[in-house]
Ligand binder design. Sequence first.
Ligand code: SF4
Length: 110
Amino acid sequence: MNETSHPRRRFLINAVLASAALPLAVRALSGEARAADLPKLPLDNAQAKALNYVETTEGLTHASYKAGSLCSNCQFYQGAATDEWAGCTLFPGYNVAGKGWCSAWAKKAG
Ligand code: SF4
């Protein structure tokens, strides 16, 4: 291989590596890949039961529940407000329902 082909070859290798890595990096940064792979938080999970977690606030009568509070507007929700399911920092390894709620709910800032 002659000397002038090395920079070009290095450029091509870098371009291929960058194009392969970019989608993975974007998904990792957005949390999409991680959230999509997580199972739903089981209702019989000990911590979920301790925090009175529910998948829907419809008909919820818990004393701490305030109308309009949902996982999707909780500061611990790791998804976008429109995501049906996403991670929660209090329940690592699981997705919680965007329309769900638990007694640890805290209003998302902003
Ligand atoms: S901490 Fe917030 S996001 Fe997590 S389950 Fe409770 S209400 Fe939902």
